[in-house]
Design a protein around this ligand. Sequence first.
Ligand code: ADP
Length: 626
Amino acid sequence: MAKKQFKAESKKLMDLMINSIYTNKDIFLRELISNASDAIDKLHYRSLTDKSIKVKKNDFEIFISIDKENRNLIIKDNGCGMTKEELENNLGTIAKSGSLAFKEEHDPKKNIDIIGQFGVGFYSAFMVSEKITVNSKAYGEKEAYSWVSSGIDGYEIKPCEKEEYGTEIILKIKENTEDVNYDDYLSDYQIQDLIKKYSNYITYPIKMEVEHRHLKEGTENEYETHKEIEVINDMIPLWKREKSKITEEEYNTFYSDKFFDYENPLKVIHTSAEGIVSFESLLYIPSHAPYDYYTKQYEKGLQLYSNGVLIMEKCEDLLPDYFSFVKGVVDSPDLSLNISREILQQDKNLKLIAKNIENKIKKELLTLMREDKEKYEKFWESFGTQIKFGIYDQFGMNKDKLVDLLWFATSKNKDYLSLEDYVTEMKEDQKSIYYACGETLDKIEMLPQVERVKEKGYQILYCTDSVDEFALKTLDSYKEKKFVNVSKEDLDLDSEEEKKNLEKLNEDHKDLFTFMKDELKEVEEVRFTNRLKTHPVCLATVGDISIEMEKVMNAMPVDQKVKAQKVLEINSSHKIAKKLEELYEKDKDALKDYTKILYAEARMIEGLPIENPTELASLICEKLSE
Ligand code: ADP
């Protein structure tokens, strides 16, 4: 029978596995055990809803044995097993696990590391095996099938003899090399150690035949051995264990194993609650966003258990969208197992749990913000956008819950600050919370409008995320202080006297500005401003739409284009002001050109496109040559 080829991406991954110089080859065992445990979960769960499936919880087990002579390590389970098609689909491709997609998005040089720590599942067994045989019989089927592969050049599937349902994986362990002592994987002790280290929390018994040596009765130095089948793991799921007795490593291993992350989590939240509804939860805040986090493919949710039995892989109702990055497990005895998705959604207990979890996550994030700025910054870089979107989403329904989590770089050293701290640090005479928008912190820093506010001694929130301003507009104010864009029409920074002077100045130059405005079709007004310190011009806006919002909304794939109502503002104490006055008296044609150039400058500073760059370039050149 001709060998079947692996799917292209499986082949690539396998190649990495086989040739991996990654030192932690040990992880293959936990991957296989965790697959076995999943398979038992599946069958167990099916048996709860389908009475024709007759299995007993106490019979479930994972059995590991070693055949030193033939160099075989065997992992056997009595889970759901696989049909011929399932063997083909599940082991012929790795498309599901997403690890390859991840790898390709990242630095290819880091492959080995990522692959080594990633939950690549079944294929990791190729790190230690020269040949893998998977004998499997799906529950309720008559036929059993055997999948055999020696690696990259393909696999075969053929019928085989197997009495019981479930799966048996036979690894033919590689011969020792100079660098690696593969014999370790044929040693009872080593394997027991690995089980304890990585798979202790698996809820089904992992059994091995263990050899005991003891003194022969009636002798003083003669030993005899006998073999006994023992359960190696504790079987208590991690979340049910006492917090103080769990090491950081155990928490982290559980996380990477279950949620396929190569990086340790930023924060572990392990809680239990008793009351109207009891539950344990073990939640993780990842230290980076998954590669598909900000796409439609990403699915939020927590694993849901009822008394240690997995009832749902991803229960989305347990997490609000704005905390969709949280990974973890919830276990409650107060949820019925025989429950459909639709009914579960309405379940009162589930809602209570979700509420409780949400509060807990928020509390932990706030603590992180206060106690570990560095970590919070990392969190914010990855998931801040999600939180800000949560404020803006659904017409601001959740804004009050999330506002305390906001975190902005500010004009003060570009350091991050919460709104609470901002308000505490506000100057006495400061009426509003100021913010400025732009592509990068440096670009914002250079905005002409920023200068004046800073000079007043007021801090400015720097908004570089396109959702920032939408969130701030949704909030409208914080602790009764309005959010004000530094580019907005009336900043109200001036004293009464300054205001009056400016008014008068504008009144006196009314004709000049009317003339200039007529040149600029899309500008509402041209005027002098106190907003600027050293810069000659800037754009301000009137109305609700700011320049940044115009940019964001016009980048969206909708037909309707929006425009901010723009005001061209000129610094009255800049040399250019005099020049404009002169031109208005003597050379109106030149004034038209100057107006165009100044407006283009103002647009450029805001990062807005110039409509006719060629015309502008000639204009500038002309002026330069004068
Ligand atoms: P993952 O576990 O991430 O899905 P794997 O490569 O480890 O990826 O496994 C692929 C699939 O093969 C699993 O999703 C499961 O459907 C199936 N599988 C693996 N091991 C077993 C097993 N012991 N019993 C039944 N099915 C299994």
